[in-house]
Structure formats: C-alpha cells, structure tokens
Design a protein. Structure first.
Length: 448
C-alpha cells in the first residue's frame, strides 16, 4: 500500500496524537496531585496523618501503577487499545475524584491504589496507539511527547493548587480529575480509532485496512514472525545482554526513585524549610517545568552525542541541583536548582528509554523496554515511603534531598557502566524496528 501523505491524513494523525497526549496529561495531574495537597493533608482534622503514613499513602498509587501496567497488557489483548485507554482514563479519573470524599487516611489510601491501577495502564497504551499513526521517523518524537505529558500534568497540578487550594481546599483538587471524563472521553469516543494491528489479530482485516488507508499506514504484519514473549525475556538475561539489562533496569529504578520522591515530598519539604503553601507549590512548579524542559533538552543532546553520554550528564546535573539544596540557598538559587533537578531526573529517564531502544536488536526491543520500565517502577513505589521514613526518623529535610541526590548520582554511574551497542546490532537495526505489538512491520520485513 502506498503511504498516504494527504493533508487530511496528517491532520487526523495529529489529532490522534493530541488526544492521547491530553489523556496522558490528566494521568500526570492525577499522579502528582498528591504531592501538591500533602501539606494540607497533615492539617486535615481527625486524620492525624504522620510522615510515615503519608509516605505509605504516596507509595500506594505507584504500587497500583505497577499492577495496572501488567493488567493493561492483558486488557489490551482482549479489549483492544482504544477500549483500554478509555477504560483506564475513566477508571483513574473516577477513583481520583472519589479521593475528595475520603473520610480517613485508610479510605484515601485504598482509593489512591485503585486510581493507580488505571494510571499505570494508561501511559503505555496511549503511547503505543499514538506511535502507530505516525511514520517510523516520527515515532521517537511521539514517544518523547507522551513522556512530557506527565510532568506537564504535574505543572498543571502545581498551578491549579496555587489558585484553588487557598480558597476551596485540597478536596477540590481531586474533583478536577473528572474533567477528563466530562471533556476528553466524549472526544475520544468520537474521534479515536482502534489499533489496526489489534484488529488484524482478531481477524478484522477489512476494518483494519480501512483505518490503515485512512491514516496512510503500511499494511499490518503477519504475527507468525514474532518470537514468544518467554523466549524474548530469557534472552534479555543471557549474554551478551545480561549486564545491559541489569544496568538499565537499576538505572531506571533509581532515576524514578529520585523523580517521584521529589514530586511527592517537595511541597512539604519546602514548607518545613519555612516557606508558605503558595511558595512551596511554586517550587514544585519549578521542578515540573524543569522536567518538561528536560524532555526537550536531553532529546536534543541525545541526537548529537548519544543517549548514554547525555543521560550520564543529565543524571549528574540532577545530583548537583539536589545537592545545592542541602546548603539552604536563597529562593532564586533554589528555584534554579530544582529546574536543574527536573531537567536531570526526567531527562535521564527519557534518555534511558532511547538507550534501551538503541541497544537491543529489533526482536528484543519491546521486551527490553517493558522489563526496564517494569523493574524501574519499584523505585517509584519505594520513593514516597522512604521520604516519609526519613522525616519520621527526625533526620530532617536535608535527608530527603541527600537521598534523592545520591539516587541521581548512582543512576549516572550505572549508565556510565552500561555497554554500548555493538556495530552489528546497530547495523541490523538501522532499517528495522518492532511495531508496538512486538511485530515486524510489513514495510520492514522487506528491508530485513
């Protein structure tokens, strides 16, 4: 099939990408909103929230994400990507909104865990669907754009919190999550198409061909060329990929530990440092804006000096930014340090994804990304709890900044130790990449 380059096809592909990105933005809002409201939760009458308990509540959403990411794959196989995206969005929006009515920390924690199930399933499903509707040259850009939706959502949470919480309280912040259901879901029901790859796997070749023709996509691939998932996973843990798999996974875990630990605790840490609520939220805004900037700056650097060298620089920059906060600097310096921390932590994670994609051959790439990101979520689960434990132990605000700075530095060291892809691997991958189901697309079978 000839690639359709008509303006209508480009506009529609842009619309699909935009819809998926907006949904990911709400995912980021619902995830980061806990850190925004945490200072107010400590003052909620009757809750008696301790710092250790607050850390546990923060970890529950990430634990739900870990489970949800696994369940989403099964749902996507049975229901399709479109339905999975819509279902996850409705699920996390409703349970996030219900947090506004939580009468106790126990109920709040259960609701955050349940919301996490949808939060964890949404991002990989939206990213996979969006990348199917653009050409191979633009898939990296789309993936980076999807990754930026989370910190942009966090930026929105901080901005909304500055204006909303002093007047309406923390519960209103969770009710805002319903906007995704009221505004975005109706648009997606009307405009968001199903994955043609999934349709072909269900035998709906005519409908898949119609979508492919409409969006100018190449014909779907046969599914008998795909190695079994079990074989791919075993290959990741065997030479010559053993060291790379372990190092990339550990680097992901400590990077997410630093990023989500900061996103959870930063407003409370700054409030305990003597700032009022509005100023504390503005520091979270600086971190989130830095993360958005990091997605762009590190992508630019990665294309020029390589993903791993740029990731090492980004991780060390994050460590320096966080270490600067140990000196209790003036507000202007603190803002700059947090922007640097945001650039470094989130930028490092984006570059790790790019490095993994470049390191492994096509038939292992999807499994390698899934393994490193899945393992890395352990760091996200541990970070809020660790921050709470450090504060509860009376070690002070600096203990958190030191822990997150060390995590960023460790990420840099781990990435420095990562082996570079061999010439044979990069040559093999020059014209070959799996589609988002792990299949070899038809237009690439001819090249291979």
């Amino acid at each position: 099939m000839t690639q359709n380059t008509s303006p209508a096809a480009h506009r529609t592909a842009f619309l699909v990408t935009a819809l998926c990105w907006v949904i990911v933005l709400f995912d980021g809002y619902d995830l980061i909103v806990y850190g925004t409201v945490l200072p107010e939760l400590f003052e909620e009458p009757g809750w008696g929230l301790t710092k250790s308990t607050a850390g546990l509540l923060g970890s529950l959403a990430f634990l739900g994400m870990l489970v949800g990411a696994v369940l989403a794959g099964t749902l996507a196989d049975h229901l399709g990507r479109r339905r999975t995206i819509l279902g996850c969005t409705i699920w996390f929006s409703v349970f996030t909104a219900l947090c506004a009515f939580a009468p106790s920390p126990e109920v709040f924690g259960v609701l955050r865990f349940l919301a996490g199930l949808g939060l964890g399933g949404l991002v990989p499903s939206a990213n996979a669907l969006a990348t199917e509707f653009v050409g191979p040259r633009h898939r990296a850009v789309v993936s980076t754009l999807m990754m930026s939706g989370v910190p942009i959502g966090g930026t929105a949470a901080a901005l909304v919190g500055i204006g909303v919480m002093p007047r309406f309280g923390w519960r209103t912040m969770f009710l805002i999550a319903l906007l995704a259901v009221l505004v975005v879901i109706p648009l997606c029901l009307k405009l968001l198409p199903e994955s043609p790859l999934w349709l072909r796997s269900r035998g709906e070749h005519t409908r898949a061909a119609e979508i492919e023709q409409r969006f100018g996509l190449p014909p779907g691939a046969d599914h008998d060329l795909v190695p079994q998932a079990e074989r791919r996973l075993r290959s990741l843990l065997r030479p010559p990929y053993t060291n790379a798999t372990l190092l990339f996974s550990l680097a992901t875990a400590v990077t997410l530990f630093a990023w989500y630990g900061l996103a959870t605790w930063l407003p409370q840490l700054m409030r305990e440092s003597g700032f009022d609520l509005g100023s504390s939220l503005s520091f979270l805004l600086a971190l989130s804006l830095g993360a958005v900037l990091g997605s762009l700056v590190t992508a630019w650097g990665g294309t020029r000096i390589g993903s791993i060298p740029t990731a090492v620089i980004a991780a060390l920059a994050a460590a320096i930014g966080l270490a600067t906060l140990l000196t209790h600097p003036h507000s202007a310096v603190a803002y700059g340090a947090l922007v640097l921390a945001g650039v470094g932590t989130h930028g490092t994670q984006c570059l790790i994804i790019a490095a993994v994609a470049n390191h492994y051959p096509a038939h292992l790439r999807g499994s390698a990304l899934g393994f490193s990101l899945g393992f890395g979520r352990i760091g996200a689960v541990l970070a809020p709890q660790a921050g709470g434990w450090l504060l509860a132990a009376g070690l002070g605000v600096n203990s958190n900044f030191l822990a997150f700075a060390l995590a960023a530095a460790v990420a840099g060291v781990l990435l420095l130790l990562c082996p570079r892809p061999t010439r044979s691997t990069t040559a093999h991958d020059a014209g070959s990449a799996l589609d988002d189901n792990g299949n070899v697309p038809a237009y690439e079978k001819r090249a291979v």
